[in-house]
Design a protein around this ligand. Structure first.
Ligand code: SF4
Ligand code: SF4
Length: 206
């Protein structure tokens, strides 16, 4: 008689274990499944902690995160769209978020739907700061505040940063400044929120 090999013993051991201790698999979908602590599931934006820098979109290897700058209800906003049907749950967006809290992977995995796959998405919008002269986009407002907080006193070495930050703290007038026309920048305009191009022009003309 041929004796069972070591492999057969192992299989037998696992089969007996399953008989007495129950199967390894969970009863999902009949019972809720609790994924492991470090499970990488659906990424989620946290609007309060996201500053709109777009690093997550730049590093996303699958191209699941896209963004567009647009004017909406008179406000310039950067709108991010994260498509779950494209996401590969790699976690690069979370790992590279400068605030470390703007986007995080949750443990949610059940995204099955009978709807269209392109409807599986989430969005987040961040308001943008514009140049007071040419109306070019400078950066998202939350990003300016984040940078100013990290720079500390060095914030006051840049007029745009300083003015915007003081406005946020209600230490400067929040009234809109009289509008400027391109090529009509004067010395006094250096103390305004300007894009690098207009600031250079204001400095050269003063
Ligand atoms: S702060 Fe984080 S979540 Fe927000 S845009 Fe930047 S990288 Fe993405
Ligand atoms: S988890 Fe990976 S694929 Fe999904 S959005 Fe983040 S970076 Fe892109």
């Amino acid at each position: 008689m041929k004796l069972p090999g070591i492999l057969q013993f192992r299989i037998l051991k696992e089969a007996l274990k399953a008989v007495f201790c129950g199967p390894y698999t969970s009863g999902y979908p009949f019972k809720p499944h609790v994924p492991a602590e470090r499970f990488r599931g659906r990424p989620e934006y946290y609007e309060k902690d996201c500053m709109g820098c777009s690093a997550c979109a730049q590093v996303c290897p699958a191209g699941a995160i896209t963004f567009k700058d647009e004017i909406k209800d008179g406000k310039a906003v950067r709108k991010f769209v994260l498509r779950y049907d494209i996401c590969i749950f790699c976690g690069q967006c979370q790992a590279n978020c400068p605030t470390e809290k703007g986007i995080k992977l949750t443990r949610e995995f059940d995204m099955a739907t009978t709807g269209k796959r392109k409807d599986l998405f989430t969005t987040v919008e961040k308001e943008l700061m514009l140049c007071e002269c040419c109306k070019e986009i400078i950066a998202p407002k939350d990003q300016i505040v984040w940078v100013a907080k990290r720079l500390g006193p060095l914030t006051f070495s840049n007029a745009s940063l300083m003015l915007f930050y003081l406005k946020q703290l209600s230490l400067s007038s929040s009234q809109p400044m009289p509008s400027l026309k391109e090529n009509q920048l004067y010395r006094a305009d250096r103390v305004r929120v300007l894009c690098p191009k207009c600031r250079r022009e204001a400095i050269l003309k003063s």
